[in-house]
Write a protein that binds this ligand. Structure first.
Ligand code: SF4
Length: 176
């Protein structure tokens, strides 16, 4: 799905817009049976892939690497611009707190002392495995992780599509 289109509002504005959408429509959204079901499925898929990342020591490897470079990481500055209102809103629906302050030095705005501060992620954040991590995981574990992450992305996309339709039917504009 295309995001970060030219003239997209800045991150702070998109965050404010997502909060507004959550405040104005959150209750109605989660009361919608199909949305509630897809949200729960997406959350389960996220927890499954995060669990696998943890048990395969992938998070630990990323933390080691970031420590070595004094905070250097694949989560580079500017990556926060990939996140549009809809995905930020979904983060709020999943209980994530959208930060207003940077913590990650020169990294992506959403990177914090404990890693990424978001729950729902854009595809590139999930799909990128650097050569060192790929090697450390090995082909089998990497393939298994990619399968689980693929299911997470599919679940997220299914939710996004239904939510976009929901907003469209009510004449509410939401940026991707
Ligand atoms: S995983 Fe999180 S911190 Fe890293 S680039 Fe993506 S949004 Fe930013």
């Amino acid at each position: 799905m295309l995001r970060n289109q030219p003239l997209a509002p800045a991150r702070a504005q998109r965050t404010a817009a997502a909060r507004r959408l959550w405040q104005e429509h959150g209750a109605a959204l989660v009361a919608e049976g199909e949305i509630a079901r897809l949200l729960a499925e997406y959350h389960q898929a996220i927890l499954r892939s995060q669990g696998l990342m943890r048990s395969d020591q992938a998070f630990a490897a990323c933390a080691d690497c970031a420590g070595e470079g004094g905070g250097a990481s694949c989560c580079f500055a500017g990556a926060e611009e990939w996140y549009g209102e809809l995905l930020l809103l979904i983060n709020l629906m999943l209980g994530a707190e959208l930060p207003d302050e940077a913590e990650g030095g020169q990294d992506c705005f959403f990177n914090g002392a404990e890693g990424c501060r978001l729950t729902a992620h854009f595809a590139i954040c999930l799909n990128f495995f650097c050569p060192a991590l790929s090697e450390r995981l090995g082909p089998e574990r990497l393939a298994r992780l990619r399968r689980v992450i693929g299911r997470e992305l599919n679940a997220g996309q299914a939710l996004e599509e239904v939510m976009l339709r929901w907003f469209r039917e009510r004449g509410v504009a939401v940026s991707l």
